[in-house]
Design a protein around this ligand. Sequence first.
Ligand SMILES: [Zn+2]
Length: 269
Amino acid sequence: MSSLDILAMAAHRDDVEQTCGGTLLKMAQRGYRTGILDLTRGEMGTRGSAEEREQEAAEAARILQACWRGALDIPDGRVENTWENKLKVARVLREQRPRIVILPYWKGRHPDHYTASTLGYEACFLSGLARLDCSAAVPAAVVASVSPATPRAGRPRDSRQDASATPLTSHRPFKIIYATLYYDVRPTFVVDITEQFEARFQSLMAYKTQFSDQEAGKDLFPAQKEIRSRIEAMARFYGMLGGVEYGEPFLQKEVGLVEDLLMIPVKSI
Ligand SMILES: [Zn+2]
């Protein structure tokens, strides 16, 4: 097993598909190794069992061309920023060794979403402490795993170690960015997902128990149509901010660094 370039983390199965699935697919298409960590397994959902959702999550990961997808055993609807949970996430970070971590934005309506953000951030910090031992933490259940493709030429290299040799040595991601789609906040950048929009929508529709089994009296088509127009409207809005058709919004806490003013994208007037 080799290190991931990008790991997206979220509270629930299907969160990542909605907030940053297009970006994950785009990065995979560029030859980067991407992964998804779901903190919960969806056992509280009104539709479908956790087992069905696992199969759906695996299918969605395949559509998004993710190399790895895992799920922790944190109770659905009860994502808490406890020491125990931080160690579980830190263990995944040490095993998967991502350079970039995508977290949910730290505010929101659903407590699981904003708690996942803080939990993820603090786990990223803890994972970098050499003397922290998280080997006793419950590991993630692997939902999907694809052996690494040959890395593309020009892929950034750093001093990361091979995860299989020393799986639990300290690791701190280089970069943390926040997927803000669930919250009304101005992003610091958007990723152009015009080419990935259709597949991203299909990855969400892979959750058949959630999106095709709507309440009695409504047939499948209008429900999906409604979901699609909502998702399309959001992607178009964020795309418009970046001057492209469809976009996904992100926020970084750090300032941007510019080398060449002529290469700054997105026109002003
Ligand atoms: Zn969610």
